[in-house]
Ligand binder design. Structure first.
Ligand code: NOJ
Length: 715
């Protein structure tokens, strides 16, 4: 008999339900949801999994109780939200997405996993794979932006990074693809609100990243808090059981979101906790995080006959299998057994700095305002986010809360040692107080440049952080206006460094700044990364993974829209448009400048008939006509102009990179698998349809600037 079957045969109902329960260690003692002494519950085998406990000491202590003091000695699974780093924080996922670099995404996840594992953890609740086209939604910060292809590539890289080559290694942790699924299109961008989208959009936009994660071997998946057309995801049998498990073959662990089983009552689909627990279990949710619905509700559900012991056993088997795969039975203490060497931590911070610098997305750079010369004499660093180390963290700081995070001022001081640097905040991030503005304006006199650091507080994006006005909070716009005016009169350039967990609505900054850097939230090394870009040590290469709206009324705005029967046409009133704002975004998906200047030429497609090859090779020549060496990201889109179901005007199918010195030209080669030309037909089944496919290649989703070629698809 296998270890798992043997254990199962020995377990009481209470012990089985313990394996299906995950509690937050702190709350286990005092919290409103699961109360009682967690130590006692671990000892009697009725809590089998923990979250939010950190450190080799504490994790070992609880693990010892589970392994050495319980009847069956089953080790605990210990999880934490390691989303963009653990102690060393990397850029938020939205910022990292701007790299369009799968290897870098994998590497930062690998490093986060190593750091987390050395703290005794065996699971993270990441990657977050929710496609977001609505910057009001705060969780936009946690994902990869608006595109399903990009999010799918991120999914694969992150799963590989967290889980490494073997889940049982001491430095691997189980990944968790979340939130399954379609959490991004919450009504009006309001957190936790209802979702109601078409089945087509579900399958074309929101499911592909999860398909990719499952194919990459993700160990666990978390259903979303939200409902989809009235069915809460935690109880969505059709999607969790029939689709995820039966169709995709996912046999890993489904872990509920925090108290989501209890919330089935508030959703209005369960009358009591026993009902809620039965719905979740029947849908295939293995672990109940924080609702205590399985421990309290399933015994009643068994009596009612709404679940069977077999239903419970199936879930227990999956949880025990995960623990076995993680090597926890063989050596429950392997994670956290040895501290990491100081050099490892130093190298990790260097990596965070490099990735941070590459995530910075230069939205504007008039008259080559940037980079600043290292010999610049005086620099004024103004704004509420200039000297704000803790604000650099980003929305999930895991165990990095109290680490030293480098703010802009500190980074600039180090990067410009011979420059006289002055600082004034001007105003607080989100206050009505303008009294500091005059002092900030003083610093626009006698200076060579102003670095104006504006944006959201780090806590204004992430979970439970929807904003109806995704723009500069507080009095920052007033500060910006005053600084622009004052500096302009004195001929001083103003470089805006903008912090946000989402694209913001920033027409004034876009118009008046001499240079504009989207710095998102870059984590521990933020200030150094920004300094590297400002000084030109690094050419910015980030490309925005979301369209930036000109006005909130354009939301949702994304490049993958379909045409209209009445597309925008100048001079014709009865076309698809606004009376008061252009249709196009302020900055399109993929936009991002560098210190180079790239020209595209000579698009070649071989073969030009897709039926003749499994993979089509698309080549384009790229030349750097600028004065600095830089890296360019090249995007490959397709457009199927005539199909039985209208296709989006642009569909992202690939991206590549090239680094070129001034005057240098190179060729970028992009591979387009013919299978990518399939789409979901009228009946939502995949089809190939003969015809002409446009191939569009270039620097962003701004269609008019893309090179156009053609590919035939014959029967
Ligand atoms: C709630 C969030 O929705 C989820 O993303 C997270 O993993 C859990 N809380 C655990 O912290």
């Amino acid at each position: 008999m296998s270890r798992i079957e043997k254990l199962l045969s020995q377990m009481t109902l209470a012990e089985k339900l313990g394996q299906l329960t995950m509690t937050a260690s702190g709350y286990a003692v005092t919290g409103p949801i699961i109360a009682g002494d967690s130590t006692e519950s671990i000892k009697d085998g009725t809590i089998g999994n923990l979250l939010n406990i950190i450190g080799p000491g504490p994790t070992r202590e609880v693990q010892q109780i589970a392994v050495e003091q319980t009847r069956l000695g089953i080790p605990l699974l210990i999880g934490l939200d390691i989303i963009h780093g653990h102690r060393t924080l990397f850029p938020i996922p939205l910022a990292e997405a701007a790299l369009f670099d799968d290897a870098a995404w994998e590497l930062s996840a690998r490093e986060a996993a190593r750091e987390g594992a050395s703290d005794g953890l065996s699971m993270t609740f990441a990657p977050m794979l929710d496609v977001s086209r609505d910057p009001r939604w705060g969780r936009t910060a946690e994902g990869s932006g608006e595109d399903p292809y990009l999010t799918s590539r991120m999914a694969r890289a992150k799963v590989r990074g967290f889980q490494g080559s073997s889940l049982s290694s001491a430095d691997a942790i189980a990944a968790c693809a979340k939130h399954f699924c379609a959490y991004g299109p919450v009504t009006a961008g309001r957190e936790y609100a209802s979702v109601d989208i078409s089945e087509r959009t579900l399958h074309e936009v929101h499911l592909p990243p999860f398909v990719a994660a499952v194919a990459a071997g993700v160990a666990t998946i978390m259903p979303a808090f939200t409902d989809l057309a009235g069915i809460p995801m935690t109880a969505h049998k059709a999607l969790l059981r029939d689709y995820l498990r039966d169709q995709l073959g996912f046999d890993g662990v489904l872990v509920s979101d925090y108290n989501a089983i209890g919330e089935l009552m508030r959703h209005g689909v369960a009358a009591d906790l026993a009902d809620a627990a039965a719905l979740a279990l029947k849908a295939g949710v293995d672990i109940d995080m924080m609702a205590d619905g399985y421990r309290k509700g399933l015994p009643i559900a068994l009596e009612r006959g709404t679940v069977t012991m077999d239903d419970i056993d199936v879930c227990v088997r999956r949880v025990l299998k995960l623990k076995e795969d993680l090597g926890l039975f063989d050596d429950p203490y392997r994670r956290g057994a040895s501290a990491e060497a100081p050099e490892v931590l130093i190298e990790r911070r260097q990596l965070a700095r490099r990735i941070g610098a590459r995530a910075i997305t230069m939205l504007k750079n008039e008259r080559d305002t940037l980079p600043l010369s290292p010999t610049v004499k005086r620099l004024s660093v103004i704004g509420p986010l200039a000297d704000a180390g803790p604000e650099m963290r980003g929305c999930w700081w895991s165990a990095g809360e109290n680490e030293p995070h480098v703010g802009v001022l500190a980074g600039i001081r180090k990067g410009f040692p011979n420059t006289e640097i002055r600082h004034a905040p001007g105003t607080a991030i989100n206050s009505a107080d303008r009294s500091g503005i005059p002092a900030a304006l003083q610093l626009c006199n006698d200076t060579d440049a102003v670095l104006l650091c504006l944006g959201e507080a780090t806590a204004m994006s992430g979970e439970a952080a929807s904003r109806a006005y995704p723009e500069l909070p507080g009095q920052q716009l007033a500060l910006a206006e005053a600084v622009f005016e004052h500096a302009r009169e004195r001929g001083v350039p103003v470089i805006v460094v903008l912090f946000s967990g989402r694209p913001l609505v920033i027409p004034l900054l876009a118009e008046k700044a001499d240079a504009l850097l989207a710095a998102w939230f870059l984590g521990t090394e933020a200030g150094n990364a920004i300094s590297d870009v400002v000084s030109g040590i690094v050419s910015p290469s980030g490309r925005t993974p979301m369209s930036w709206p000109r006005a909130l009324g354009q939301v949702p705005i994304f490049f993958g829209q379909r045409n209209s029967g009445r597309p925008l046409s100048q001079g014709d009133s009865f076309t698809s448009r606004y009376l008061d704002v252009p249709n196009d975004p302020l900055y399109p998906f993929g936009h991002g400048l560098s210190y180079g200047s790239f020209v595209y030429d000579n698009l070649r497609i071989t073969p030009d008939n897709a039926s003749e090859a499994d993979v089509i090779t698309v080549r384009v020549d790229v030349g750097n006509h600028g004065r600095h060496g830089a890296e360019e990201t090249v995007f490959l889109f397709t457009h199927d102009k005539v199909a039985s179901v209208a296709r989006p005007l642009l569909e992202l199918k690939g991206y590549g990179k090239i680094s070129l010195q001034p005057g240098e030209t190179g060729t970028v080669e992009l591979l387009l698998p013919a299978s990518e030309l399939r789409f979901l037909g009228i009946d939502l089944k995949p089809v190939f349809e003969a015809g002409d496919i446009e191939i569009l290649v270039g620097a962003s989703a701004e269609r008019s600037r893309l090179l156009l070629g053609h590919l035939q698809l014959t029967d």
